[in-house]
Write a protein that binds this ligand. Structure first.
Ligand SMILES: Nc1ncnc2c1ncn2[C@@H]1O[C@H](COP(=O)(O)OP(=O)(O)O)[C@@H](O)[C@H]1O
Ligand SMILES: NC(=O)OP(=O)(O)O
Length: 310
């Protein structure tokens, strides 16, 4: 792959929650992507899907009961639907933004399956919140079905799923071929559709892969030089929310690991980004992981701001 391949991981802020929010948010994301393209980067995009897959799961499995012919949709199918729905908005927003700048460059979504380990420890400790708020009665009904729930506020419950680590990207060669041809690829959305390998078959799993880990694996497999994680903050901080808060600029992987071991990063939000960044840069030379927000995507890419692990 080209030296200037960047995997851009888009977080919640880049996508919004509702359909209209996503349309607006993806237009802003498209501007950031187009800036990177104008800077000469080969761009591969991955993204979050928490709110979207939750909405799809609720629609498919609760409102779907309104029609007798509708059948239950497993999480893996909902995950595939979320990739299609988010990819659709991203593709069109990027296409329009590039054309408005006089650039013709195809952008396409690759429905991506990611193999997980059925014995991953995550299955013993589900922690990825999914779907709408449930009341106590609904939570009990979910538990009776064998699903896991957690109490998020007094009397409010949410379903939780395992977040196993991504092991292998099934559609990697397709993604690589398109990216090498200079096309923009949207891949491994929502961490990828989690699948279990059984002989020649792939079986969808009831799990949600952390998109930061899947983005890191994608960047590693494509031998990208940059993993650009666009999230809700311009820079990562130490002692967040205290009088001693300190914003991090450029740091080494050793420093990042040291802060991680000192519990500086919140589990399920900033921690996976740092872990993915460290793993990506430690597995190859001349790599960097940059964490910043959408407004500073281009400046982050140019190392003028953001937290840069290298
Ligand atoms: N140490 C930290 N420094 C900066 N932000 C942090 C830190 N710990 C937790 N956060 C929070 O984590 C958020 C990113 O996590 P999240 O919103 O789950 O990610 P995503 O952007 O991938 O959807 C930041 O916007 C910030 O609110
Ligand atoms: N799949 C995933 O990690 O999505 P979120 O970032 O929305 O939790």
């Amino acid at each position: 792959m080209s030296e200037k391949t960047v995997v851009v991981a888009l977080g919640h802020k880049a996508l919004g929650t509702t359909l209209p929010e996503q349309k607006t948010a993806t237009r802003a994301a498209a501007k950031a992507i187009a800036d990177l393209v104008e800077d000469g980067a080969n761009v591969v995009i991955s993204h979050s899907n928490g709110p979207q897959v939750g909405m799809i799961h609720t629609a498919m499995n609760e409102f779907g009961k309104a029609h007798p012919d509708y059948t239950f949709a497993p999480m893996s199918v909902c995950s595939a639907m979320s990739q299609g729905y988010i990819g659709y908005d991203l593709q069109n927003a990027i296409r329009a933004e590039l054309l408005s700048r006089g650039i013709y460059k195809p952008a396409a979504t690759v429905l991506t399956q990611v193999v997980i380990d059925p014995y991953d420890d995550a299955f013993a400790e589900p922690e990825k919140i999914i779907g709408r708020v449930l009341n106590a009665q609904e939570a009990e009904a979910e538990e009776e079905k064998g699903n896991f729930v957690t109490e998020t506020a007094d009397g409010q419950y949410r379903r939780i799923l395992a977040a196993p680590k991504p092991q292998k990207i099934i559609e990697l060669e397709t993604i690589r071929t398109l990216a090498e041809a200079g096309q923009i690829v949207i891949a491994a959305g929502g961490g990828g559709i989690p699948v279990l390998e059984q002989g020649v078959d792939l079986h969808g799993a009831s799990a949600i892969i952390e998109k930061d880990f899947a983005s890191g694996l994608l960047a590693e497999e494509l031998n990208a030089d940059t993993l650009l994680i666009l999230t809700g903050v311009e820079k990562v901080s130490l002692n967040r929310g205290t009088d001693h808060e300190e914003l991090l600029g450029e740091i080494s992987a050793e420093d990042a690991r040291k802060y991680m071991e000192a519990d500086q990063f919140e589990k399920g939000s900033m921690l996976p980004k740092i872990e993915a960044g460290i793993s990506f840069i430690e597995k190859g030379a001349h790599r960097r992981a940059i964490i910043t927000d959408m407004a500073h995507a281009q400046d982050g890419y140019k190392e003028k701001t953001g937290t840069i692990i290298k």
